[in-house]
Each structure stands twice: as structure tokens, then as C-alpha cells.
Design a protein around this ligand. Structure first.
Ligand code: COA
Length: 365
């Protein structure tokens, strides 16, 4: 079996920002209009204080804020592109991947596989990953995959397994997340949750890697079916005569149940994974956790370390980016890993719809 290392990371961050105050002003204007039209039941106002205290989120980056903040619309405007122009997701992925490849010092042509792992894909086919392959000039093959918020860690395991087994030498795992397009911005319970971003990682056979790197010691994925995070949109929509504007065509969740059920699943998943590899809590220098909710991360951090982690040990980026689905833990890794020293150990862990949880144990080489 070959050893596998993460040798580069990249983050594409959209230029437009929506603060909690801007978001709440738009939502409340929408609610006032609906209520004036006689909405039954009436729609209560949202509040910035609630959002910050319930989630830790202060702002989010989006591809288009004008549509989201228009009380007559409440979703982004992303104009259709001709088939011979780069798709939105491929464009984001190329930006993030270009930075990751530069950091790794790897030419695109030396990459054997592109995995586009994300919660949603903007079309059914051809795979976005194959378009990214074409735009970057990578070799081999590409494919799309979706395990919702755990897509990145499941993609890392898929790529690492191929490199371990020898079918490929280098892979790009990219996570273009346009969460603003599947968020229901008209639902007070969740309108603050998501933002847009794209992350990319370069994975290489370790003996081919030249510079700074993180050795992938072990990966572990697990799933358990639940309807508590669900989106019913899909290719059967037309056959069901369901083309109208329906709530279940966007992200839906039972947040309290997610909290109660996912946290123990994640805590025991991490504990079992570390125990299987002989890792103690004290061995962990850093946790790059999924970025959905600050309280969730605080809970998991405490469970894993047996004490309250310092902000250095468990960096959060959700205050700036909100929940960016599969990309969150990878943003945290990309932005908070350069200071680790050879021998330092860290854990990437993502979790979410499915339910799904994926963990990656890494050592700085
Ligand atoms: N502004 C003001 N009040 C709000 C509000 C808003 N935007 N949204 C909800 N409230 C109210 C609710 O109506 C409720 O009022 P009540 O007590 O009078 O009924 C109260 O605030 C608490 O609502 P609740 O939904 O129970 O809040 P919460 O503390 O559970 O936090 C989430 C909500 C979504 C932040 C939280 O459940 C969560 O993060 N869950 C997991 C999310 C997650 O990881 N999902 C995975 C997605 S990939």
C-alpha cells in the first residue's frame, strides 16, 4: 500500500457578503409584506441576536446577494450560461484547485483524477468533475459524488484509497458548494444557515511529494439513514407534476433532532476512529470540524479532548462563512494548518445529512 499525503489546499471565496443585519432586514421586509397580504399563520420577524447566539454565524459569502436580499424574490440570481461556457461550479472549482495545485507545486497534467464532491450538482450530466478536468488540463478521469455535508471527507477517502491501491498517483478533491441556491431564505428557522464557497485539496502518493505535507494516517466514513435533513428536489419532479414553488424543493431540517442525534454519532465515531489507530486525545494538536453550528463544535471538541478546546485547537470559520456544507472543515484546514510542526497531529471531521460522518487523521510531515 502507498502512503498518501495532502500537499495543497485552496479556497475560492465569493466577493459578496451578507451580514446578519442585512439578512434580517430583508427577511423582515418579506415577512411584513406577506403579513400585510394576510399570511396565515403570520410570519414572525427574525433577529440578528438569535442567529448569533443559536449558531455563532455573523455573516456569509454568496455568489449573488441582490436576489437573496430582494423581498420580492428571496433567492439568488445566477444567469443561465451557454453550454460552451464554464459552468458556475466548474468555475469556482478551477479557482480553488489552481491555488491548491500551486501550493502543492503540481502541474495539472500530473493529476490522474478529479473528484467533485458536493451537496448539489448544477446539472445531471456530464459530470462537473469532467468539465473541471477539461478546464484545468488534468489527465485520467473525473467523477461527481454527493454525501451532502460529508462529501469532502468521503471524497478524500475515495481518492486516498485509489492512491493507496496504486490505481492513481495524484487526485484533486474539489467541493464547490452553492448553498445559497438550495437554502430557503423565506424560512426564519433556517434562512441564516448557509453560504457559498469552493475548496480544493491535492492528494499525492507521499513518495512523489516534494514539499510540506500532511500524511493521511487513516480515514473512516459512516452513514445512518435519517429524514431529518432532506431536500426532495430531483429529476422525478416533472413526473410528479410538482414544478410549483414548494418548500420541500429546498433544504429542510429538523434542527433540534439533528443536534440530538448527530452529536453522539460524531463523538463516538471520532473516539472509535482514534482508538483504532492508537491515538490519545492528548495527541491531537488540531481539530478541523464541520462548520454548521458553534455549539455543536464546542460539544464535539469537549467530548474528543475531555476538556474545553482552545480556539487554536479547534478553529471555527463559521462566523465568517456560515455553514458551507462539505467545504467547511476544509476551509478550516486550509486557513489553520500552516503553523503545525512536523509530527503534529490533526483531525478533519465532517457530518450532516444522510446522516453521514467522515473523519481523516493527519500528521504533519
Ligand atoms: N429569529 C428569531 N427567533 C427564531 C429564529 C430566528 N431566525 N428562528 C427560530 N427562532 C425561534 C423559534 O421559533 C423558537 O421559538 P419558541 O421557543 O418560541 O418556539 C426558538 O427561536 C428556538 O428555535 P429552535 O429552532 O429550537 O432553535 P435552536 O436553538 O435549535 O437553533 C439551529 C436552531 C438551526 C441553529 C440549530 O437547531 C442547529 O444548528 N441545528 C443543527 C443544524 C445542522 O447542523 N444542520 C446540518 C445542516 S447540514
Amino acid at each position: 500500500m502507498n502512503n498518501v499525503a495532502v500537499t495543497g489546499s485552496g479556497v475560492f471565496t465569493p466577493r459578496q457578503v451578507i451580514t446578519n443585519d442585512e439578512l434580517v432586514a430583508a427577511f423582515n421586509a418579506y415577512a411584513d409584506r406577506r403579513n400585510a397580504e394576510g399570511a396565515d399563520p403570520s410570519i414572525p420577524h427574525s433577529s440578528s441576536e438569535f442567529i448569533r447566539s443559536a449558531s455563532g454565524i455573523e455573516q456569509r459569502f454568496v455568489l449573488d446577494k441582490s436576489g437573496v436580499l430582494d423581498p420580492d424574490r428571496m433567492y439568488p440570481r445566477l444567469p443561465a450560461r451557454p453550454d460552451d461556457a464554464p459552468s458556475q461550479m466548474a468555475e469556482m472549482a478551477v479557482a480553488a484547485a489552481t491555488d491548491a495545485l500551486a501550493q502543492a507545486g503540481v502541474d495539472a497534467g500530473a493529476v490522474d483524477a478529479v473528484i467533485c464532491a458536493a451537496s448539489n450538482h448544477e446539472r445531471a450530466y456530464p459530470a462537473i468533475a469532467i468539465e473541471i478536468q477539461e478546464l484545468l488540463g488534468t489527465g485520467g478521469f473525473g467523477f461527481d459524488m454527493n454525501v451532502a455535508c460529508s462529501s469532502a471527507t468521503f471524497g478524500i477517502q475515495a481518492a486516498a484509497d485509489m492512491i493507496r491501491a496504486g490505481s492513481i498517483e495524484r487526485a484533486l478533491v474539489v467541493n464547490p458548494e452553492i448553498c445559497s441556491a438550495h437554502l430557503e431564505w423565506r424560512d426564519r428557522d433556517c434562512h441564516f444557515i448557509f453560504g457559498d464557497v469552493c475548496t480544493a485539496l491535492v492528494l499525492e502518493r507521499e513518495d512523489l511529494a516534494g514539499g510540506d505535507r500532511f500524511l493521511i494516517e487513516s480515514t473512516r466514513c459512516a452513514t445512518q439513514f435519517s429524514n431529518n435533513i432532506r431536500n426532495n428536489d430531483g429529476f422525478l419532479r416533472r413526473t410528479r407534476d410538482a414544478m410549483d414553488d414548494r418548500r420541500d424543493m429546498q433544504f429542510m431540517q429538523n434542527g433540534r433532532k439533528v443536534f440530538k442525534e448527530v452529536l453522539p454519532m460524531v463523538a463516538s465515531h471520532i473516539a472509535d476512529h482514534m482508538a483504532a489507530e492508537g491515538w490519545q486525545a492528548d495527541d491531537l494538536k488540531r481539530m478541523w470540524l464541520h462548520q454548521a453550528n458553534k455549539s455543536m463544535n464546542d460539544f464535539i471538541g469537549r467530548k474528543v479532548l475531555g476538556r474545553v478546546p482552545t480556539p487554536e485547537e479547534q478553529p471555527n470559520i463559521l462566523q465568517d462563512y456560515a455553514n458551507t456544507s462539505s467545504a467547511g472543515s476544509i476551509i478550516a484546514f486550509a486557513q489553520h494548518s500552516a503553523d503545525l510542526q512536523p509530527g503534529d497531529r490533526g483531525l478533519i471531521c465532517s457530518f450532516g445529512a444522510g446522516y453521514s460522518v467522515g473523519s481523516v487523521l493527519l500528521t504533519r510531515v
